[in-house]
Ligand binder design. Structure first.
Ligand code: NAD
Length: 326
């Protein structure tokens, strides 16, 4: 089994790859993994083993069609994580989001068709559904993205589904809620808060902090992606949620507590433009069809994540302070 993983040097992709190389995905203990990653500011070669007999690392862009043709030759499956992934950056400049998330996904899927790849999973996000005041989004809910990031991911989802109908490519789409865990870039909420607190700085919380997100440990996300890869149906979308809904302010205060400081270290800042108020997923389909359930309890997962950042300043300090950032 040969499997190509795009974005495998990022937060979630690298967790997926490390798990596979450690034999953590049943049936894939002998699989050869090729990671294709552009190593943008978010990609980090140190997230993957420097040498491993079942890993090939290709430094390149999913927009490079010639490179894709060469790499996809002989691949049985593709798991597509590569993306521009930070909402704030998409507000400051959305162009890279359209290029990588929309054009890049199209280039990758076209190359998969040409190479005869048998199975593809396109990894997407709950943010494509937009904000929901109450209740939950199912896979049948309309796509109502609000940020340029979410809109570019929604565009990529539609392209993926079109490649099923038009070209018969065997693609499934996953839409996951907010992830947390080790190796997440310190620009994202939980690692930003924890690394700030570990350096004695306050935690910025947008607006009133009442925005509600559903949090899932990265390991549960990766196990779900693997379930979809092996058992999901072509042209189907699978929500991946946790049912653990937490307001940002509550989470920031909890992180302060876990870092041994008081709630005064949490500071309100001007709200993000177009900030979605609440995300919530119906995760019944993946549970019914593929038997997937999250395993990591939020309190335990969060404490372990804080401990990981406390124990690994050598990983996050260079990333956080890259290019002279304070
Ligand atoms: P990340 O930003 O940590 O990693 C993205 C990776 O993609 C990086 O290694 C980067 O170098 C690579 N990349 C970016 N542009 C590329 C390009 N043009 N060609 C090749 N490689 C490129 O992101 P993440 O948090 O690991 O997210 C992975 C996927 O999961 C994304 O598709 C994201 O939309 C989705 N997702 C993330 C979350 C979350 O909470 N982080 C939740 C749901 C879905």
């Amino acid at each position: 089994m040969n499997i190509l993983v795009t974005g495998g040097a990022g937060f979630i992709g690298s967790h997926y790859v490390r798990t596979m190389l450690e034999g953590g995905h049943p049936g894939f203990e002998e699989a050869h993994v090729t990671v294709l990653d552009a190593l943008t500011y978010a990609g980090n070669r140190d997230n993957l083993p420097a040498t491993h007999p079942r890993l090939t690392f290709a430094h390149g862009n999913i927009l490079d069609r010639e490179l894709l043709a060469g790499l996809l030759d002989g691949q049985d499956a593709v798991v597509h994580f590569a993306a521009e992934s930070h909402v704030d950056r998409s507000i400051a400049d959305g162009a890279a989001f359209v290029r990588t998330n929309v054009e890049g996904t199209q280039a990758l899927l076209e190359a998969c068709v040409a190479a005869g790849v048998e199975r593809v999973v396109h990894v997407s996000t709950d943010e494509v559904y937009g904000s929901i005041e109450e209740g939950v989004w199912s896979e049948e809910s309309p796509l109502l993205p609000n940020s340029p990031y979410a809109a570019s991911k929604a565009g990529s989802d539609l392209i993926a589904l079109a490649y099923v109908r038009t070209h018969g490519l065997n693609v499934s789409v996953t839409r996951c809620s907010n992830n947390y865990g080790p190796y997440q870039h310190p620009e994202k909420f939980i690692p930003l808060a924890v690394t700030n607190l570990l350096e004695g700085r306050p935690v910025p919380v947008y607006g009133d902090g009442g925005q509600i997100r559903e949090w899932l440990h990265v390991d549960d996300h990766c196990r779900a992606v693997q379930r979809v890869l092996t058992g999901g149906r072509a042209g189907e979308v699978y929500n991946i949620g946790s049912g653990t809904a937490v307001a940002n302010l509550t989470l920031a205060r909890r992180l302060a507590e876990l870092c041994g400081v008081g709630p005064e270290m949490v500071r309100h800042v001007t709200d993000r433009k177009g900030h979605d108020r609440r995300y919530a997923l119906d995760q019944g389909k993946i549970e019914r069809e593929l038997g997937h359930r999250p395993l990591t309890e939020f309190g335990a997962g969060l404490a372990a994540t804080v401990a990981w950042y406390r124990d690994n300043p050598g990983w996050w300090k260079p990333v956080k302070h890259a290019a002279g950032r304070p």
